[in-house]
Design a protein around this ligand. Sequence first.
Ligand code: F6P
Length: 575
Amino acid sequence: MIESAPVDPTATEAWGQLAGLAEGFSPDLRGWFDSDAARADRFTFQAADLTVDLSKNLLTDEILTHLVQLATEIGVADRFQAMLAGEHINVTEDRAVLHTALRRPKDGADLVPPTGFVVDGQDVDADVHATLDKVYGFADKVRSGAWTGVTGKRITTIVNIGIGGSDLGPVMVYEALKPYVQAGLECRFISNIDPVDVYEKTADLDPETTLFIVASKTFGTLETLTNARLAREWLWARLLSSGAIDDSDAARDDAVTKHFVAVSTALDKVAAFGIDPENVFGFWDWVGGRFSICSAIGTSVIIAIGPDNWREFLSGFHAIDEHMRTAPLERNVPVLMGLLNVWYSNFLKAQSHAVLPYAQYLHRFPAYLQQLTMESNGKSVRWDGTPVTTDTGEIFWGEPGTNGQHAFFQLIHQGTRLIPADFIAVANPAHALKDKTGDGGAVEPGQDVHALFLANFFAQTKALAFGKTAAEVRAEGTTESVVPAREFSGNRPTTSILAPALTPSVVGQLIALYEHIVFTEGIIWGIDSFDQWGVELGKQLAQQIAPAVDGDEDALESQDSSTKALIRKYLELRN
Ligand code: F6P
């Protein structure tokens, strides 16, 4: 266990300097760009395939210097090395945090720590690769049709049942990498305990060609286990009604063996559910749920896109891990982005952070980042149990562009709140289409539609940075009374992230980038970014309230008056 107390960021010299700079801070992106032709160049950085332009942020060289000094004073780089080496930086659970080990290449030369490093008696690399090989072998069998259901038919639909980190990662990556999915295979994802989720996702499925993956680190999550039981009932009922199996225990067991596999750290609980231990893919308690996409939790996606693409996906993560480990702080992209977020949250009092992928396949990325960032850094105490000394936990939200432009961008452009925003785009779409007709105006016949899409990406960050002055509005002949409404203040900060294409590697790079941004912020704030005690109380109370909503009077009477009245109303409304 790491005993050391966190450094209080507010007591560092850099914090004092930054506080001084924030006082009366008057950003001037127009002026800064006009007077400094090298600004874009100087504040644009490369991390693997990601080009990251920070120049449209409310940032000066002086601010950057002090932010980097803050990271140095706090010891961000040392703490990252400690994480890589398997120290128990998840202090409240006394665990190592080793999601970076999930993507280390097999027998890689020059790895830090070296191949074969041992943590708490475990040869981490050996176990990681043994599990990956097992998943790859299974994925190949499903993909080739060698794995069949009870009636000998090949699997066409994989249904992942999981929630939180056992769902958001697989869904997001499956959606992001749709063009890589093998023809004839489809994944679906059941997460919510609202029974309509199981109903809708299974209604049109053929049980003979469906494989369920029950993904749960703990195999104790109410939603996932309930949904797994519902899915098992569905499977039995449908196979029985079509005459595919008889009503014997042996036939039911066989159906579960052929149509259910699991991903978990709790092998005993999986066996109790009836899943063949041969078909369980394990991982370890040093992989946090929201950091688990590189583990066997990705099995559904590995089946869909195949082991070769998955290896490329993992290599993308590793490239960013290496960047984070080796790049000097002043050019270290995740560190700089994490520090900028601290600048906005703690000094300029931003309340939230938008993430806006201009890539439709990344439509679940904001939802994924919400768990990654907010479950990690939504904490009020530090890792030694003392209160935090400053605000923590950014509120992340977003939607893909250009849809967001026609929904909430108004508030980003002209609202009263400061909302730093990350814009993400790729240069080459999976499906390039041309608008053969054009619109008779700006859109010429033959216009590349993806280029038109990216024109919006570039336009938005420009509008947010530079705005439109009253004089510019007046020059358009606008009626004076309407000028204020049409004026744009500018100085609204954005980061632009541009990649060549949405390849498996690039998707891995993007995820790893945000993992390390979260890490940087958490270390600055002195919190344990790897526990999630805050979700426990609600889980306990749901179990306690369950008998009351089922009509148990004693359980109902023991509730507070508001909860009691709400449940009574529910019981009255229920048919
Ligand atoms: O919501 C809390 C949480 O523990 C998440 O951290 C986790 O990703 C999710 O529940 C699912 O947990 P499990 O994989 O154990 O079912």
